[in-house]
Each structure stands twice: as structure tokens, then as C-alpha cells.
Design a protein. Structure first.
Length: 490
């Protein structure tokens, strides 16, 4: 088995997919990363938290996020390549996720601004009234330096898992708009020109059904600041996206969709980001493996390169197999999302199937990324813990991928809910039936049914094992399907 393609995200994509759209665009983008982006990304990570300039010389509030000029160039390059605009021009999310794979191989944190911009543009396009769309959507789809960015702010200080209880931000109607007051505690891509924000219309119930989704511009109609950045969080990774705390003070916002649909719209936003997270996790795992490979080919111990020792060689083979499974699972989530991203509530079955696959993919690929990044450090021995060699970065980045967009607990419990309430597991088994190994399918299907019949407390307590096995089974079956079709030789 050869692992050659590990050093190039585009080569790996070609190895895994029968055909890829926009091959020249992807190759040109990868070449740019090798030439320029890589160095900027490393410098951004090493520089740590960007600086927040809160006031100008006269004491006027500015809330400007300060990165190096190279950072802004790196960021704009991805928008120009089409990570957002291509989705609308081509009516397909596939080019965006392909570009996202390349971005995440080099900088998983940088994929966040693009993801949240896409996750802002999609609900605006789907649910925004024509006047709002006409005013804001073209700004997000620009191909020049002046492109606007989006953001998705739900989490508050009380916690991100239980949004129904923790969201304190209140929305008051004010003519054709709403005024939002509250605080967002983990606000990535802070500084963005637009954000989609979860808030509770005055008097709405204090549960998840009482939440609505609003579009919130950075500036009010009179040009003044519409939200305020209290500080930027000092994170262990994903330093290519600024994550801040945001204060809303009678901030002007516009309702998206119907208020009673709020929870569905919020979940649509999160689910899109979860798919991107899965794609990013696989790309990160590939990057960590590529670095481990280049070290293991050159480092010698006991008279030969360490890669040639049977124990390490076997680990490479197993990791590579897991990488391919992860890709198959993440790409299935991409394809299912691409089928349903125009759906609105009430959703058809294929949406529930997508939801379950997205939870499985987010859960499984993030764990794989963290394990692979840890192992890549181990392969480097002592050099793995030395900051200047950069291998440790992939573990720092991977730990964030497993937490944001919902922790593993959230993926498991939301996945269970999709199975219990929508029968999503049966849709999944039907979907996989033609390719699955029959006995394995029967076995996992009956384990899942037995599990769902348990009393609630026990069902939650014992959920992880069955969910993990379901994810592994799904990934392995999808890999069988992909390999049965048309992949290059290993
Ligand atoms: C770098 C970074 C950037 C982020 N950017 C954004 C952003 O842009 N927008 C945004 O809205 N959010 C953002 N988040 C927030 C993120 O979505 C939350 O951190 C995440 O949803 C978890 O919420 P929490 O941190 O408040 O933890 P909590 O919700 O307080 O959870 C704490 C722990 O309890 C567990 N837990 C909770 N409920 C259960 C249960 N029923 N059963 C078992 N375990 C449970 C959780 O899984 C977790 O392990 C970001 C987070 C990070 C780390």
C-alpha cells in the first residue's frame, strides 16, 4: 500500500471520488496554499489571539479585529475561490465542501469563517423577505476584496447544549424590524458584517420552541455599530477565526422565517456547520497523517526507517483505512445535505436521514481527527511536543472540532432523538441495505431497536457504545460502496 496522496488534499479527493468538480480551481488553490497560505497560517497560529481595537483616538467605539495584512489576504483568497458564491451560482454545495477540504488541510480554523458565512447566506436566501435578500445577499456573494462575512451566534453564558433554557437574548418588535438585547458568549467570526442570531421574542415560552432566528447587521441603518465586542477569547487553536463575546443593546435585527419555525432554522444552520466540521476533521486527520508519514520515512531506528517496522507500518495502514471511512461518512453527509438544503419545515424523510448521518459524521470524524492528531505526535517522538515543528497544532485544532457545533454528547443525544421521533435509523438501514454486509446490518439494526426500547435514563446512559458502533458500521458500509464503485488503487 502506498500513502503518497496523503501530502496533497486534492490528490486525496481525487483518490476518493470518482470525479471532482473544478479540478483546476482546486489545484490552483492548493498550489497557492503551498506557495503563500501555509506560511501565513503558521504565523497566525503562532501569533495567538488577534488584538481588539475597541476605541479610536477620540474615544469613539470601533471594535476592530486586528490581524496581519497577510491574514486578510489568506481569508479573502478562499471567498474569491468560491467557498460561498459557488453554492448559489451552481445551486450545489459540493464545490464549497471540496474547497473546504483543501482549506482545512492547511488551516481547519480558517474553514470556520467560510462555514458561518455560508450558514448565514443559506437561511437568508431561503427565509429572508425579498427586500432583505436584495439588500444583504449580494454582499455575501461578492468575489472581490469587499466581500461581506457572516456569523452564527446562538451560545450564551448559560451554555450551548441547552439553548432552549440558556438563551436570554430578548427580541422586541419595532416596526419592520426587531430590537435585540442580550449577550452572545462564543461568537466566532466576530467582526462579521452580518450574523444570524438566536433570540426569544418577548413573551415567547422559555424553551427551545420559544426561540426565533434573526439576521443582525454589524451596522445600524444610520451607520453606527449595531453590536459590541467585549473581548476576544484566547483559544488553544482555531486562531484563524476570532471568537469573541458580543453585547447586543437594542440591536437592529430582522426575523428570518416564521417565529414558530425558529428552532428548525437554528438546527438547519447548525447542521450545515456540522457537515463542514466533518469535512474539516477528515482533512485535519489527513494532514496529521501526512506529517507523521514524512517523519516516519526519514527517521531511522534499529537500522531502517521507522515506517518499515511492522508495528508502525500496521498502524499507518489502520489509520489510513479509518481516514477513508471518515471521508466516506463525511462525504455522505455532504451529499445528503446537498439533496435537502432547500427543504423547509415540515421536512420529508430524506431530511431526517440527512440529520442522522450528519450527527454520526460530526461525532465520528471529530473523534478520529483527535485520535489521529495525538498519534501523529507520538510518531514524532519527542519532536512531536516541540512547538516549533507544528505537529502539536493538529491536536489543539482537533480538540476544538469535537466541541464546537455541539459536543459528542449532543451529537449522540440528538441522533437518538432523530431515531426515536422520526425513525431515522430505519431510513438509514434502508439506505445502506444494497451495500451493507447482511449479517452486520441485521445485528446493528436489532441492537439499535433494542436500545431505543430501554427506559429513558438507561437509554441515555448506555447510548455512546451503540452510537459509536452505528457510526463505524455506516462509515464501513459507505466505504465498501465507494471502493466497489470507482476509486484509484491504494
Ligand atoms: C472555539 C469555539 C468557538 C465557538 N463559536 C461559536 C459560535 O460562533 N456560535 C455559537 O453559537 N457557539 C459557538 N461555540 C460554542 C459551542 O457551540 C459550545 O461550546 C458547545 O455547544 C457546548 O456548549 P458549552 O460550551 O456551553 O457547554 P455546556 O453546554 O455547558 O456543556 C458542558 C458539558 O456538559 C455536557 N452536556 C450537556 N448536556 C448534556 C446531556 N444532556 N447529557 C450529557 N452531557 C451533557 C456537554 O456535552 C459538555 O461536555 C464555540 C465554541 C468554541 C470552543
Amino acid at each position: 500500500m502506498t500513502f503518497e496522496m496523503l501530502s496533497s488534499p486534492v490528490a486525496f479527493l481525487k483518490h476518493r471520488l470518482a470525479e471532482i468538480q473544478h479540478d483546476p480551481v482546486l489545484r490552483e488553490y492548493e498550489a497557492w496554499w503551498e506557495r503563500e497560505g501555509k506560511v501565513t497560517s503558521q504565523a497566525t497560529d503562532r501569533a495567538g489571539t488577534p488584538w481588539l481595537r475597541m476605541f479610536d483616538r477620540f474615544g469613539k467605539r470601533l471594535d476592530e479585529i486586528l490581524f496581519s495584512a497577510e491574514y486578510w489576504k489568506m481569508l479573502k483568497r478562499g471567498y474569491q475561490a468560491g467557498v460561498v458564491w459557488r453554492a448559489f451560482e451552481e445551486n450545489s454545495l459540493l464545490p464549497s465542501f471540496l474547497l473546504g477540504y483543501v482549506i482545512s488541510f492547511y488551516d481547519p480554523g480558517l474553514y470556520c469563517p467560510y462555514t458561518v458565512s455560508l450558514s448565514t447566506a443559506v437561511p437568508l436566501e431561503k427565509y429572508g423577505p425579498p427586500e432583505l435578500k436584495g439588500r444583504f445577499l449580494p454582499q455575501l456573494l461578492r468575489r472581490d476584496e469587499d466581500v461581506w462575512q457572516g456569523a452564527t451566534w446562538m451560545t450564551e453564558a448559560g451554555g450551548g447544549s441547552d439553548l432552549g433554557t440558556a438563551v436570554e437574548t430578548v427580541a422586541r418588535p419595532a416596526g419592520d424590524r426587531w430590537l435585540l438585547t442580550g449577550e452572545k458568549y462564543f461568537a466566532s467570526n466576530v467582526g462579521a458584517e452580518l450574523a444570524v442570531v438566536a433570540a426569544r421574542p418577548e413573551g415567547a415560552p422559555r424553551n427551545v420552541r420559544g426561540l426565533a432566528l434573526f439576521l443582525l447587521p454589524r451596522r445600524r441603518e444610520d451607520g453606527s455599530l449595531n453590536y459590541f465586542v467585549r473581548r476576544i477569547k484566547d483559544k488553544i487553536g482555531t486562531r484563524s477565526v476570532p471568537t469573541g463575546e458580543v453585547e447586543l443593546r437594542d440591536s437592529e435585527a430582522y426575523l428570518l422565517g416564521r417565529p414558530e419555525w425558529g428552532v428548525y432554522l437554528i438546527l438547519e444552520v447548525l447542521n450545515l456547520s456540522r457537515v463542514a466540521n466533518s469535512v474539516g476533521s477528515v482533512a485535519l486527520a489527513q494532514r496529521a497523517m501526512a506529517e507523521a508519514l514524512s517523519f516516519a520515512e526519514q527517521r531511522t531506528a534499529f537500522g531502517r526507517p521507522i515506517l518499515e517496522h511492522p508495528l508502525l507500518r500496521k498502524q499507518f495502514e489502520e489509520r489510513f483505512a479509518a481516514l477513508k471511512m471518515g471521508f466516506a461518512l463525511a462525504w455522505e453527509a455532504v451529499q445528503r445535505l446537498n439533496e435537502v438544503w432547500h427543504e423547509t419545515p415540515p421536512y420529508p424523510d430524506r431530511y431526517h436521514l440527512f440529520r442522522l448521518i450528519a450527527h454520526l459524521a460530526k461525532y465520528w470524524t471529530a473523534e478520529m481527527a483527535a485520535q489521529t492528531a495525538k498519534w501523529a505526535m507520538e510518531v514524532h517522538g519527542g519532536a512531536g511536543v516541540v512547538e516549533e515543528y507544528g505537529v502539536e497544532r493538529w491536536l489543539r485544532e482537533a480538540m476544538i472540532l469535537s466541541i464546537w457545533e455541539g459536543t459528542p454528547h449532543r451529537q449522540i443525544l440528538d441522533g437518538l432523538e432523530a431515531m426515536e421521533r422520526k425513525g431515522a435509523h430505519r431510513l438509514l438501514f434502508q439506505h445502506l441495505a444494497a451495500t451493507a454486509e447482511p449479517q452486520a446490518l441485521e445485528e446493528i439494526a436489532s441492537r439499535v431497536e433494542d436500545h431505543l426500547a430501554l427506559p429513558t435514563e438507561e437509554k441515555e446512559a448506555k447510548a455512546e457504545e451503540v452510537f459509536r458502533d452505528l457510526a463505524a458500521f455506516t462509515a464501513a458500509t459507505l466505504l465498501r460502496k465507494a471502493e466497489g464503485a470507482s476509486c484509484g488503487p491504494d
